[in-house]
Design a protein around this ligand. Structure first.
Ligand code: ATP
Ligand code: MG
Length: 346
């Protein structure tokens, strides 16, 4: 079997962590008789510099033809004030791929308890999956920007809510069978639509899954007070952006957390949740674990290779438990030496 991966290293530490994942994937695929073709394309700030567009046509077309897309990170101070911004490329790519569900698993790996702000006995029980709606809501609504008055429109349709809720319910069936849907239904019209649509889908197709609702302000407290109470957390785009960054801190370092963005079908976009980390870019200090874990999700969801995903996840868990790791988690490894070690044991 062969797989076609669109490989977008991006900016800052993006190329460092993306190449780490490429090395590990190439190594582990051999063992499983899978041939992976990585096709590299310009994206983000690097693409603005090369051709003036953060998502060049050629890159977009290649992503639409690939089995999956592996992305490092985009952005950096160089483009902060430029007319075209790397982040626009990311929004455009998510739209083009119609990846409307962003999945972020949150756990505290063995050996990472000391880096998590949680007490060790709580940290051990954290195992949640945040499912964030990714292509609707405030980030895609109409904007009007004036000197003294501005508006950002937040719009959701029932269909947009149902399709992402389906992904959350399906995921819950394979996990602990619980979904917590997060909204602000005491204030917002879009949140009331959200809650009704989730309730109706639940009643008609997913009554075997336990469902409860929580207001986003309460959720932002509960996430810190009792994170082990949650299984699948389902929420809209803006709330999900904030809650998933908050939750990522629980795992011990922003460098550890992976993400998958999925739509209909099996194609997906995989990237670590961290940004381009310009403060450490080029120094071989970046933690590649978030990208390695994203590559594992890619193998599981887009390529149906759960065994390869397990191998990568087990190797990473073993390395962390043995005290290997980069400086952000108190280790002595460089990005390269950690990756060398994973390639040895995977
Ligand atoms: P963006 O706007 O792209 O999200 P940001 O500045 O908000 O960028 P990051 O680029 O994720 O966020 O960086 C936040 C902090 O976390 C920085 O101090 C950075 O060095 C650190 N960091 C991010 N990723 C990693 C990583 N893989 N390994 C180690 N440290 C990291
Ligand atoms: Mg950020």
């Amino acid at each position: 079997m062969s797989a076609k991966i669109a490989f977008l290293p991006g900016d800052g530490v993006g190329p460092e962590v993306a190449n780490a994942a490429r090395r590990v994937l190439t190594q582990v695929a051999k063992k499983h008789d899978l041939s992976i073709g990585f096709n590299e394309f310009a994206f983000g700030g690097a693409a603005i510099d090369a051709c003036g567009d953060p998502l060049p046509e050629e890159t977009k077309a290649a992503c639409l033809e690939a089995d999956a897309i592996l992305l490092g990170a985009v952005g950096g101070p160089k483009w902060d004030m430029s007319e075209k911004r790397p982040e626009q490329g990311l929004l455009a790519l998510r739209s083009a791929l119609a990846v409307y569900a962003n999945l972020r698993p949150i756990q505290v790996a063995k050996g990472m308890e000391a880096h998590s702000p949680l007490k060790a006995e709580i940290a051990a029980d954290v195992d949640m999956l945040i499912v964030r709606e990714l292509t609707g809501g405030m980030y895609f609504g109409k904007r009007q920007e004036g000197k003294d008055k501005a508006t950002d429109e937040c719009l959701y349709t029932r269909g947009e809510v149902e399709r992402v809720a389906r992904i959350a319910f399906d995921a819950a069936r394979k996990r602990k069978g619980r979904v917590t849907s997060v909204d602000k239904a005491n204030v917002l019209a879009t949140s009331r639509l959200w809650r009704n649509a989730v309730n109706e889908l639940h009643a008609s197709e997913y009554s075997d899954v336990e469902l409860d609702h929580m207001l986003v302000d309460a959720m932002s407290m509960k996430l810190i007070q009792s994170p082990s109470a949650f299984d699948v957390v389902l929420t809209e785009n803006l709330f999900g952006d904030i809650l998933s960054d908050e939750a990522s801190v629980l795992s011990g370092s922003i460098g550890l957390a992976p993400s998958a963005s999925l739509g209909d079908g099996t194609r997906g976009l995989y990237e670590p949740i961290h940004g381009s980390a310009p403060d450490i870019a080029g120094e071989d200090k970046a933690n590649p674990v978030g990208t390695l874990a994203s590559a594992a999700m890619m193998m599981r969801y887009s390529l149906g290779k759960g065994e390869i995903a397990d191998d990568i996840e087990n190797a990473v868990a073993k390395a962390l438990a043995a005290g290997r790791g980069t400086a952000d988690i108190g280790g002595k490894d460089s990005c390269t030496s950690f990756t060398d070690y994973i390639c040895e044991i995977v």
